[in-house]
Write a protein that binds this ligand. Structure first.
Ligand SMILES: [Zn+2]
Length: 134
């Protein structure tokens, strides 16, 4: 197990932490406590990236003309979410908001891309009829 005060690995049976001297009984956690500031920094950076891609995904999805781009961006956000979960466990706060935005971007992007394709098809059909007749 790991000491909840200093993060040192200690014997499961130890009653006091050999590193800092704190009591261990019923006060320990199974996972090591990460005291490394670089860990929080990396977590923060990735959360910001997820949020950014999530916003971009939904923003582009809503434009109709560029909804395909928003749809593609949602996959970028999703891959970042996967990376986040693998490295830091559950998504939380900004990374969760980013994930939800990218999910919305995915749905809106998909629907509008289909509509835009149909719209484009209708325009092509009109031009075709206009130029060549039926
Ligand atoms: Zn300790």
């Amino acid at each position: 197990m790991y000491c909840r005060y200093c993060g040192a690995q200690i014997e499961d049976t130890a009653r006091f932490c050999s590193a800092c001297g704190h009591k261990t009984a019923a006060e320990t956690v199974k996972e090591p406590i990460n005291l490394d500031p670089a860990y929080d920094e990396a977590k923060d950076r990735l959360a910001s990236q997820i949020l950014t891609w999530g916003i971009l995904s939904l923003a582009f999805s809503c434009t109709f003309i560029f909804s395909l781009i928003g749809f593609i961006f949602s996959f970028v956000a999703k891959s970042k979410v996967k990376m986040y979960v693998r490295q830091f466990g559950q998504v939380e706060y900004r990374s969760r908001v980013g994930r939800d935005l990218s999910t919305a971007g995915f749905i809106v992007g998909l629907i509008l891309t289909i509509l835009a394709s149909m719209y484009l098809f209708v325009i092509i059909a009109y031009v075709w009829v206009f130029l060549f007749g039926l």
